[in-house]
Design a protein around this ligand. Sequence first.
Ligand SMILES: [Zn+2]
Ligand SMILES: [Zn+2]
Length: 182
Amino acid sequence: MARQTIGYSPGQLQRLFAEYNAAYFGGIIPPYGVEYGSRRMTSRAGICYPGLQIIRLSPVLLGGDRRRVRDTLLHEMTHAWLAALRRPWGHTDEFKAKLLELRDLGAHSPVGNKELVYHCYRRAPRRRPYFLFRCRRCGARAISAVKRRYSCGRCQPQRFDPRFQMVFAGLVNRNGAPYQRR
Ligand SMILES: [Zn+2]
Ligand SMILES: [Zn+2]
């Protein structure tokens, strides 16, 4: 089996951490373990645990993309830096200001402000299926978020009437195209 490409080896990650700490954070971040999470880590690209002094990166969302790994490491280190300063270490104004600074220095890639703070590299959300119904009598089609009994609005617009009940005709996307998860 081919070895998974992760962009940087764990040892390289640790060296990047030390390098960035010295270059951009005045060396005040205490030693953290920088590691890759499991394959199940798919909701965010990185996570910082100041209490445990661990930064964890998603091997799935970052893949072998070195630029993304470095950007995400800087993002998580900014959380760690604020925690080291005993400041609120969420996505605060201070947090944003520091990331803007890192971007202006060219340390972080030149992304937009929103992406700078919330770059989680989330996967596209899974589309949920809609239900397509068809009237056997007139051929009218209707799409619904829930699967239940409908009568055709064209043949019987007043109320549910089993004589004009529409038949389930398959799963579709919201736009009526055959259902695909994404
Ligand atoms: Zn964050
Ligand atoms: Zn009809």
